[in-house]
Structures are given as C-alpha cells and as structure tokens.
Ligand binder design. Structure first.
Ligand SMILES: C[S@@+](CC[C@H](N)C(=O)[O-])C[C@H]1O[C@@H](n2cnc3c(N)ncnc32)[C@H](O)[C@@H]1O
Length: 208
C-alpha cells in the first residue's frame, strides 16, 4: 500500500541521518498519507491538551512538530507562541508554510536542546517519542526546559511491538519524582486504515 511506504521507511531507519532523509523525502506527502490512514493521534492529543493546558499558557514547545498538523487546532483555539522543533528540514518547511509557529528550529530529541531551563509552560509531542524516532531519554531534556508544573502531553505506542524501554521511562521518571501523573487515555488504533496493528495512548505528566 502506497501510504505505508513513508511509514515503513521511517521505521527502517538505522541512524538519525537515515531518519532525517526518510522524513525529508516524505514531507510534502506526509500529512495527506497520515490522514488517509485515519490518523487519530491528532484529534486525541489536541482534545487532551486543551483539557490540561490553560489557553494563556506560553510559550508551548511542540517536540517533533513535523508539518504541524497537531498544532493547527491549538492555534485555532487561541494558544499563542508555539515553538516547533524537528529533525527534518523538509517537515519544518511544511510547518513554516502554515504560519502557526512563533519559532521553528531544527533539533534532535535525545540530544541537548538549545533552550534555557524552566522555559516552556507546556509541551506537546505527537508520534515522535517512539521506536526508530526520538529515544526514551528525550524526556530528560523536555523536563529540563519545562517550567515546574508544566504539563507534558505526549502520545506513546502501547501495542505488542512497542519497545519496553519507552513505557519503562514513564514510571522511572515518576519514581524519581521528575514528573507526576495527570492523565492517561484509553488505548486507540492510531492509523486504523493503514497500520491497524499499531495502538497508542495519550499521556499527561506534570513536571515537578
Ligand atoms: C510520525 S512524525 C510525527 C509528526 C507530527 N508530530 C505529527 O503528529 O504528524 C515523526 C516526526 O518526528 C521527527 N523526528 C524523528 N526523530 C526525531 C528526533 N530524534 N528528534 C526530533 N525529531 C525527530 C520526524 O522528522 C517527524 O517529523
């Protein structure tokens, strides 16, 4: 199936460079393909975000923003000053064309981020902290750049092929009192018409 090609390529990437290439070449078609697959993280994460993040919260970090499809509803609902970061210049170019971000930067989750401590009032991350993409320890830097009490709203796979290091980091950070639990959605099929075997949940943790 054609729409699965980009997904497969991104999941086959063996390095950050290969991942960057996969998304650079998929960028202009990515959102059309995801929508054709019935992409549900978009609606689920926006609904969860508006329940947990007051509208005056600023600035907001969109970590792994891609083309920006998950920040479009936030901007339409009145959130201002959304800063997007992503590995792929191609995806950032799509995001830039929408004029919804106050800043867009090329950055790699899992490495040091070029933002001060205690800076963001909330963080959203959709479809990015996931195998072959951003590693589990990406949360360390997201916690550092978030203000105390800031909600981090993120999707995470919970199907049988999820790598155990991802759910493990959630409880590790809770035990270490780096963040506290606020919300977990039920499990849902995130791309039912393209990758029906993949399921996700949306999580919210508040930085301590
Ligand atoms: C599945 S897409 C999700 C994009 C967007 N958030 C969405 O929901 O449509 C994954 C995104 O993560 C980016 N990405 C992959 N690994 C990354 C990393 N280590 N650091 C930053 N971005 C990364 C890719 O370039 C791509 O834009």
């Amino acid at each position: 199936m054609e729409t699965r090609t980009g997904v497969s390529k991104s999941y086959r990437a063996k390095s950050v460079e290969e991942q960057q290439d996969a998304y650079d070449s998929w960028a202009t078609q990515y959102e059309a393909d995801l929508c054709a697959m019935g992409y549900r993280i978009l609606g689920m994460i926006a609904a969860t975000f508006i329940r947990h993040v007051p509208p005056e919260t600023s600035p907001i970090l969109d970590a792994g923003c891609g083309g920006g499809i998950q920040s479009e509803p936030l901007k339409m609902l009145g959130y201002e000053e959304i800063v997007g970061i992503d590995l792929s210049d191609g995806m950032l170019e799509v995001a830039r064309s929408k004029n919804i971000y106050s800043e867009l930067h090329q950055a790699t989750l899992g490495e040091t981020l070029d933002f001060p401590d205690n800076y963001f009032g909330a963080i959203i991350s959709a479809g990015t902290i996931t195998p072959k993409h951003a590693p589990p320890h990406s949360f360390d830097e997201l916690i550092r750049v978030a203000k105390t009490g800031a909600p981090i709203v993120f999707s995470m796979r919970d199907d049988a092929l999820q790598e155990p290091e991802y759910p493990a980091i959630i409880s590790k950070l809770e035990i270490e009192e780096k963040w506290e639990f606020a919300f977990k959605s039920s499990s849902f099929h995130s791309m039912p018409y393209g990758e029906p075997e993949i399921t996700h949940r949306i999580h919210v943790y508040k930085v301590r």
